[in-house]
Design a protein around this ligand. Structure first.
Ligand code: GDP
Length: 537
């Protein structure tokens, strides 16, 4: 047995126990649904609980430094996607940020490859909105468990049953309410906990926006007296839920087929403790992930982790790159020398940080489910595996269906070398997908993005980092389909589309103007291969 394997065996009980304490998740939502507010509410609530517990009395009021938006603003167009660690009682919650821009980027999607569960956050007045749907598609493709939180119940909104219906009808996710609101949206009185013997908790607003709403447990008789018709209506609706079988079911939740639903309001802190409890109780702890060969990698195996995000340091003085790694197995100790699976080269981890919102601190150890940031990570790309001990590699993170396309050219032909270097660097970081074809030539690659903001990042970095300003000519395509070498020549001759090769994986993509054009092509050429890519498209 090797030294590493020996160590791993020794550490196994500790790693298993630490992994069991962790919940790694992300919030998927449409801008303005309340993600930042919810993040803050979760962190404050957890801090209040944790510091109140005498046993764990670290009193760690690190403050909520989760304001990623602020950080993004301060950094101009740099898009960050970091992790917020929330200590809750004896649990560790790792909340990974999905950038909350109106615009979309692949980063947002990739974060979802690094979590075990998602909270789908809905605005009670709006229900399912476009970006939530797109992100949900990624969760569905990964069969990821999803907990639904209906937010802003303190404001006028829709009927709870109607919202459940929309979830079931539009995305085929079976809602199983864990609690039920008393009082319509805009007249929020409290929550009935369906799992906990139908207990009723009445909320009282705390003046001055304190960190935790005052909650009061009432008996059925008390509640009926205080809440009157709102109580009766809620009881009737709960009865109906029982009749239609909308009860929590673990197997279908784990398979991403049903979703526990909770109601609340993040701003006045209503229903936050219920959400935290549900997350801890139901969200899966980190578990064995399949490696590239399909063999599950036990969490107690020697250290292995996967890069899910790269970020350039926008600080001009430090042109380094940071790699965000989710720990898949084993214990990470700062200073370990790991192996980079793609090249077989050693990677020293002397400089490692844990990322807490905008605050960074040096990290000494990390366990499965945690996120570490490696600096000086120029050699790494999104999807890469780092490991200790015998070789292991995780499968690549899928690329997503681009919807925006533009031809890039160097403004100054004399800086073509820098141009090429920059484009391939951004490609390997996954900032944008780079496509090319013989027809267009090497000097005019096509950049493909999930959201147009990715183009702004490319332009900015090409100019300021690689000193090769570019101009972009937008192409009138809006979707891409995967094809193969046999179909490509026939497709290439058709109007309204063109075939290009994706540099990162050699995949042949057919770009098409719009879905109508695609339908015509599919109808006229049923023999040609045109497969959808993941999400979007
Ligand atoms: P994000 O874009 O999803 O991060 O949304 P924010 O957290 O910035 O919230 C958008 C707006 O909705 C802000 O003005 C919040 O104060 C407000 N908001 C968030 N949650 C609630 C809530 O539960 N009730 C009410 N009334 N407003 C909320």
């Amino acid at each position: 047995m090797s030294v590493t394997a020996d160590n791993a065996t020794q550490k196994a009980p500790e790693v298993a126990a630490e992994a069991a304490r962790r919940r790694t998740f992300a919030v998927i939502s449409h801008p303005d649904a309340g993600k930042s507010t919810l993040t803050e509410a979760l962190a404050l609530h957890a801090a209040a609980i944790t510091s109140a517990g005498a046993v764990h009395g670290k009193g760690d009021r690190r403050g909520v430094t989760s304001d990623w938006m602020e950080m993004e603003q301060a950094r101009g167009i740099s898009i960050t996607s970091a992790a917020l660690r929330i200590d809750y009682d004896d649990r560790v919650l790792n909340l990974l940020d999905t950038p909350g821009h109106a615009d979309f980027s692949e980063d947002t999607y990739r974060v979802l490859s690094a979590v075990d569960c998602a909270i789908m956050l809905l605005d009670s007045a709006k229900g399912l909105e476009p970006q939530t749907l797109k992100l949900f598609d990624v969760c569905r493709a990964r069969r990821m468990p999803v907990i639904t939180f209906v937010n802003k119940w303190d404001r006028p909104g829709r009927e709870p049953l109607e919202l459940l219906d929309e979830i079931e009808q539009r995305i085929g996710l079976r809602p199983t309410p864990m609690n039920w609101p008393v009082g319509i949206a805009g007249d929020f009185r409290g929550l009935i906990d369906r799992a906990d013997g139908d207990h009723y908790t009445k909320f009282h607003r705390t003046p001055g926006g304190a960190t935790k709403a005052v909650e009061e447990r009432l008996s059925d008789e008390q509640a009926a007296a205080v809440e009157d018709t709102a109580w009766e209506q809620a009881r009737e609706e709960i009865e109906l839920l029982g009749e239609i079988g909308a009860d929590f079911d673990e197997a279908s939740f784990r398979a991403g087929e049903s979703s526990p639903v909770l109601f609340g309001a993040a701003l006045p802190n209503f229903g936050i403790s219920q959400l935290l409890e549900t997350l801890v109780r139901l969200a899966p702890a980190p578990a064995a992930q399949p490696d590239a060969k399909g063999d599950p990698r036990p969490i107690t195996a020697p250290f292995a982790g996967q890069v899910f995000k790269m970020q350039a340091n926008m600080d001009k003085a430090h042109r380094d790159r940071m790699a965000f790694v989710r720990v898949g197995s084993g214990r990470f100790d700062r200073g370990m020398v790991l192996t980079h699976a793609a090249t077989g080269r050693p990677f020293a981890t002397k400089y490692t940080q844990a990322v807490f919102g905008s605050e960074r601190s040096t990290i000494e150890t990390a366990y499965p489910g945690d996120v570490i940031a490696l600096i000086n990570a120029q050699a790494l790309s999104v999807g890469d595996t780092l490991y200790d001990g015998p070789r292991v590699e995780f499968p690549p993170i899928p690329s997503f269906a681009p919807e925006h396309f533009a031809v890039a050219r160097a403004v100054d032909a004399g800086r073509y070398k820098q141009f090429q270097r920059g484009i391939s660097q951004l490609d390997s970081e996954g900032v944008v997908q780079v496509l090319s074809s013989d027809v267009r030539g090497e000097q005019a690659p096509v950049l493909a993005a999930v959201g147009p903001l990715q183009f702004d990042v490319v332009k900015h970095r090409m100019e300021h980092e690689f000193r090769a300003p570019i101009e972009l000519a937008h192409l009138d395509y809006s979707l891409a389909r995967r094809t193969d070498a046999a179909s490509a020549p026939a497709l290439h001759g058709l109007s309204g589309g063109e075939v290009l090769t994706r540099r990162s994986d050699g995949e042949l993509l057919m770009l098409v103007h719009n879905k109508w054009r695609l339908r015509v092509i599919e109808r006229d050429h049923p023999d040609l291969v045109l497969e959808p890519l993941l999400a979007g498209g």
